[in-house]
Write a protein that binds this ligand. Sequence first.
Ligand code: GLC
Length: 575
Amino acid sequence: MSDLPAPEAPAPDPRPTPTEPVADPGAAAELDVAELDVTAPDVAVAPAPVEAAVAALPWWDSAVFYQIYPRSFADSNGDGVGDLGGVREHLDYLRDLGIDALWISPVTRSPMADHGYDVSDPRDIDPLFGDLAAMDALLAAAHERGIKVTMDLVPNHTSEEHPWFRAALTARPGSAERARYVFRDGRGPGGDEPPNNWPSIFGGPAWSRVVEPDGTKGQWYLHLFAPEQPDLNFDNPEVVDDLEKTLRFWLDRGIDGFRIDVAHGLAKPDGLPDLEIPATQLMVGSVEDSRFDNPGVHEIHRRIRRVTDEYRAVTVGEIWVDDNERFGKYLRSDELTLGFNFRLARAQFTADDIRDAITNSLAAVDAVDAVATWTLSNHDISREVTRYGGGRIGTARARAMALVVLALPGVPFLYNGSELGLADVDLPDAALQDPMFFRSGGLMRGRDGCRVPLPWDGVAPPYGFTTGSSTWLPMPDDWAKLTVAAELDDPTSMLELYRAAIALRRSRPEFAAGSAFALLPAADGCVVFQRGQGLVCVVNTTDEPMQLPPGEVLLSSAPMDGDRLAGDAAAWVAL
Ligand code: GLC
C-alpha cells in the first residue's frame, strides 16, 4: 500500500465518547472459572511504531464501513422503497453511530431484476432512488459530517435492458455488438444445447438462447447470474474502456471509492470449458469453480487501480476465494486496495472457527502487506443473529462478535441493521422477490429475509421506515423494541453497544491502524487476542462464565459478574 499518496487531513471528530460497560451483577450463574493465560502470544504480528505508521496510511486502513442496502434503509418519498433522500435524512444517525464510510449497494439505473445488480445505465441514478442531484446532495452532506461514500460497481454484467445488450440482440452473430458480451453457438443438432454445462448461480442454466432478428432460433449468451444479467466480455477493450469511463464519472463527482461486485469473476476461462464440479452457490468459496479466479482478472484490477489511484479512492472487491495465496493476489499494491474475506461470515460461533477465520484472513493479507476486512453479514448472507442460533442466544453471540470485528486489525464492514440486532425475517412465499428463489424453483429461499426494511421508530410496521403504508418487503410485528428510537433509549441495547464500541475503537490507541495484534493462548472454548500494548478482546463461546484477566473492563457484550464474563459473550479489557 506504500505507493499511495498521503491522506487528507482528518475531519474533526464529531462522535460520542464511550459509555461504561453494562453492569448487572445478578446475571451470571455460579460456574467453573476458565483458565486464561494472557502472557505468551502464539501468533504475533510485530508491533509497528503507531504514530509514524498512521501518518503514512490511507484513510480506509482502520475505517469502519457501514453498508447501506438502499431499498431497505429509509424511504423519503412514501413509496415503500428506501432511497437516497432517506439516507441523507439519517446521516446524523450514522455520524453518531461513529462510522467512517458508507458502501451504498447499487443505486444506478436498473430494471431491478436483481434489485440494482442488473445495471442498465451505470452512469445515472435510478428514479426509484432519486437522481444525480440527490446523489450529489447526499455526498456533500456526508462529507460535511466527515463520512466517506463508496458506491457499488457492477462490472461483470449489465442488465438485459442496457443499450449494449439491446443492440447485441438486433445485431448479427460475430458482430461488434455481440462481442461486448459472451455469445456462442449452441451444441448438438440445430445448436439446441447450451454451449457448455455451466449452471447459473441463481439456478437453471447459465445460458439463454436468443431469437435472431430474422425470427430463427439463434445463439446463446452467458449469464452467470439471472438471464436478465448478461455477462460482459472483458477481453474486449471497449468493455474495459467503458468501465474506466464509469469510474471517472463517479470519481469526478467526489465519490470516495467503490465496492466491486464479483471482483473474482470478471475474466472467464479460455475456451469456456465444461465444469467438472457441481454447481457453485453464490455464497460459497469458489476456488474450485473454474469460472472464477482466472488469471486474466488481475489485469482488470490493475486497470481499475490506475484510475482510482489518481483520485486516492478505495476499492473493495467481493472475492469469494478460499485459498489465502490466491486471495492475497487481488490485494497486491497495484490491484484492489481492500477485499472482502468472508471467513468470519461463514464461521460458527465456536472458538476454533473464530480463531481459524481470524488467522487465515490475516495470513491472506499479510503476505502482500495489505489490510484485512471483517464482516459478519451483508445483503447476500443471513444476519448474524440468525446464523448464531436466533433468539436470545443468537443475539448474545452477535453482541460478542460485534466486539470481535471492531477489535480486529483492519476494516470492519457493518451491514445496516446489524447495529440494531435484527434477525432474518421468515417471509411468506408470496412476499419473496429474490431471483434466486424463483430461478431455483424454490429450492433456495433466497436473500429477502436479510433485506427487510429497517425499523426507525414507533411500535408497529412500518416503524417510521416510510411515510406510506406499505413496504417493499413486509416488516414483522415484533420489532417495536428493535427500532432505532427504542434502542437509543435503552443503555443495554445492541445499538448502544455498537456506539460504545466504535467510540472506544476510535479513542484507544491500541485500535489504531498499524497497532500490534497477537492471538494469545486461551482456555477451551475461548478466543483471546491482544491489540497494542495491553488491550485484550476475550471471547467466551462456552455457555459458562469465565474469569477475565486482571484489568479494567472497558466494554462487555453481556453484564459482568465481578470479574467474570458470561458465556456467549466478549469483553475488552485493558490489562
Ligand atoms: C454479488 C452481489 C449479489 C448479486 C450478484 C450478482 O454477489 O452481492 O447481491 O446478486 O453479485 O450481481
